[in-house]
Design a protein around this ligand. Structure first.
Ligand code: 5GP
Ligand code: MN
Length: 340
C-alpha cells in the first residue's frame, strides 16, 4: 500500500468505525481465513465489524473461530444490505474485481458511497478501492492480512484465534506450503503464528482429513474421467451434474481434484470442468507447473482469471462443446506446452 494511503487509513482507523469485510463468491480457506482474521484484529481496535460472503462456504471451514458470525448474502440479504448501508468502510479480501461477489451483491456494492479497502494477491486489480494493498507475489491474502497488521504496527495484537485464521488461509492457498509461492517470509510468518499457540496439526486435519465417503467415491469418478492429451502435456477431468448428484455433492467436495492431473509425470497443465446445471454453466479450474500462464488462458478463453499457476473461469456452453473449445484453444499454445 502506498505510504499516503496507509497513513490515511491509519488515522481513519484510529477511532471506532463500522466496518464491513467481504470475501469472494465460492469462499475458500484463504477468503474465509482472511476475512475472519481481519475482523478479529479490527475488533481488538474497538471497531464494529460485519463479515460477509456472497454464498455458503464448505463444512471443512466451519470450525474456524467466529465462522458462525459470517453473514451469507444468499441467505441473509436484508441483514447484509443493512450492514453495508451502515458501514463507514468496506474491506474486500482475496478478490480484485467486484464481479467476483456475484451480480446481486456487486450491484449493492456499486451503489455504496463509502471508501473501499482492498487486500488481495490476484493479478490486474480493478481500481475501485481508495485503499489498495495488492501484491501478486504473496502466496495468500491471509499472509497479506498478517503484513497489514504489521504495517499498522499492531503485531502485538496477534493472538491464537487470529493466527489460526491466517494459518488456515496460508496453508490452503499454498497447498500446505508446497507451491512455489511459498517463500522464506511465508515460513517466518508461519513460525510466528505457531508461536501464538495454534495447533497446526489439528488445523491441517480439520481441513483435509474430514472427507465424507461420498467425496472419496466422487474422486474415484473424477480420476476415471481423467483424460491425458500427450501432445499438449495436459490432463483434464470432467464431472457432470449427474455424477455430482449421484455422490451427494456438497460444497467444497471437488476442491483439490484438479491437482491430481498435475501430479502425473510430464503434465504441465491441468483442468477440471464441473457442471452446474442450476446456474447453467460449467465452472473450470486451471492449474499449471512452470511458465505456462493459466491466468492469461482463463482470461482469454473462459471469462476468468487468477494467478500464473492457478486460475478459474466458466463456460455457458454444454460440457462437450466446452471441452472441444478447450482443446482447440490448446492448439494455439502447443509450443509453450511442448517438451523442452
Ligand atoms: P479455483 O480454481 O480454486 O476456483 O481458483 C483458482 C484461482 O483462480 C483463485 O485464486 C480464484 O480466486 C481464481 N478464480 C477462480 N475462478 C475465477 C473466475 O471465474 N474469475 C476470476 N477472475 N478468477 C477466478
Ligand atoms: Mn487467495
Amino acid at each position: 500500500m502506498k505510504k499516503e494511503q496507509l497513513s490515511k487509513l491509519k488515522s481513519f482507523l484510529s477511532t471506532p468505525k463500522n466496518i464491513a469485510i467481504i470475501g469472494h463468491k465460492g469462499p475458500d480457506g484463504d477468503a474465509v481465513g482472511s476475512i475472519l482474521a481481519l475482523s478479529l484484529y479490527l475488533k481488538k481496535l474497538n471497531h464494529n465489524t460485519t463479515v460477509i460472503v456472497p454464498n455458503d462456504f464448505p463444512d471443512f471451514l466451519k470450525w474456524m473461530p467466529q465462522s458462525e458470525s459470517i453473514l451469507i448474502y444468499e441467505k441473509e440479504k436484508i441483514q447484509v444490505e443493512t450492514s453495508l448501508n451502515d458501514a463507514d468502510l468496506i474491506f474486500t479480501l482475496d478478490f480484485n474485481s467486484l464481479s467476483r461477489v456475484g451480480d446481486d451483491l456487486k450491484q449493492v456494492l456499486e451503489k455504496s458511497e463509502v471508501p473501499f479497502a482492498m487486500i488481495d494477491h490476484h493479478q490486474l486489480p480493478e481500481p475501485y478501492a481508495t485503499y489498495q494493498y495488492s501484491d501478486v507475489t504473496i502466496c495468500s491474502t491471509a499472509q497479506m492480512v498478517y503484513h497489514f497488521i504489521e504495517m499498522m504496527n499492531n503485531l502485538s495484537l496477534l493472538d491464537k484465534d487470529i493466527a489460526t485464521c491466517i494459518y488456515t488461509g496460508i496453508m490452503t492457498d499454498t497447498g500446505s506450503f508446497r507451491y512455489s509461492s511459498t517463500t522464506a517470509t511465508t515460513h517466518k510468518v508461519v513460525a510466528h503464528l505457531i508461536e501464538q499457540g495454534i495447533n497446526n496439526a489439528a488445523i491441517h486435519q480439520a481441513v483435509f482429513d474430514t472427507n465424507s465417503p461420498e467425496r472419496m467415491q466422487l474422486l474415484g469418478v473424477a480420476l476415471q474421467n481423467l483424460v491425458i492429451l500427450d501432445e499438449f502435456n495436459t490432463a483434464y477431468i470432467t464431472l457432470s451434474q449427474e455424477e455430482l448428484d449421484k455422490h451427494n455433492f456438497q460444497k467444497g467436495d471437488t476442491e483439490g481434484f484438479v491437482n491430481y492431473g498435475l501430479s502425473i509425470k510430464n503434465i504441465k497443465f491441468a483442468a477440471i470442468f464441473i457442471e452446474h446445471k442450476q446456474e447453467g454453466l460449467i465452472k473450470i479450474s486451471f492449474r499449471s507447473i512452470g511458465d505456462f500462464n493459466v491466468n492469461r488462458f482463463a482470461r482469454n478463453y473462459f471469462e476468468g482469471g487468477g494467478h500464473n499457476n492457478a486460475a478459474g473461469g466458466k463456460s455457458k456452453r454444454p460440457m462437450k462443446e466446452t471441452v472441444n473449445q478447450f482443446i482447440t484453444n490448446l492448439r494455439s499454445h502447443k509450443n509453450e506446452l511442448a517438451n523442452e
